[in-house]
Ligand binder design. Sequence first.
Ligand SMILES: [Zn+2]
Length: 246
Amino acid sequence: MSVKRLLVAIHDVTPAHSDRLEKIVSLVERIVGPGKAALLVVPDFHGKAQLDSDRNFQTLLRRWAEAGNEIFLHGYYHLEGNCRDEATRSWKAKYLTAGEGEFLSLDYDEAASRLREGQKLIEEATGRPVSGFVAPAWLYGPAAKQAISDQGFRLAEDHFKVWNPATGEVLTRGPVITYASRTPLRLLSSLLWSYIAGVLLKPSPVVRIGVHPHDWDAPELVDEIQRTLTHFVKSHVPSRYSDLQK
Ligand SMILES: [Zn+2]
């Protein structure tokens, strides 16, 4: 019987969340072991946290990559909007309050250009190739999907599956365990889903857990994330997304 795997993704890796991320990476590493997380990097989070102008964060990111963590491109701005070429100020004014599904409505050329530029910035910072692409909020429009496939990304995921965009092959299916703290109701339903998933997904060959920097603002979530990771490492081997391709 093949090994059961646990995949842990840390979303929204950006200088904007630097302090939270140091805590998150160290907690995750303590439970699943060093170098076993996927870090989903946003090159310019909300148009105000450029990776290429923050040396300290670049050093941190390179250290995490060298430890073996997989580095994914995770959008470019993480916000919806179609006009990166316009002056940044007007772009910000127009889109700062928009939704987080950046790659849902982009046309092909814009998606392709953000993918190319984002990949370049991350690879310059880490000194190694990105492992794949994960769209903000796991939302992919048809043009974005085509661009990801054309640019040869080998790993992508949404709420329900992980696939290889270069070949179209689906590598695993199953829901991701994720958390939300924005309202008390969301917080409660996150805790409930996490608890139920701990039981329901125990027999699954691949379990995916996705955490976000703002999860660390709610102590109840940090406790639950810690409990869930500890629960699954007993039955599932902490793995990298690329292990699904072996
Ligand atoms: Zn995100």
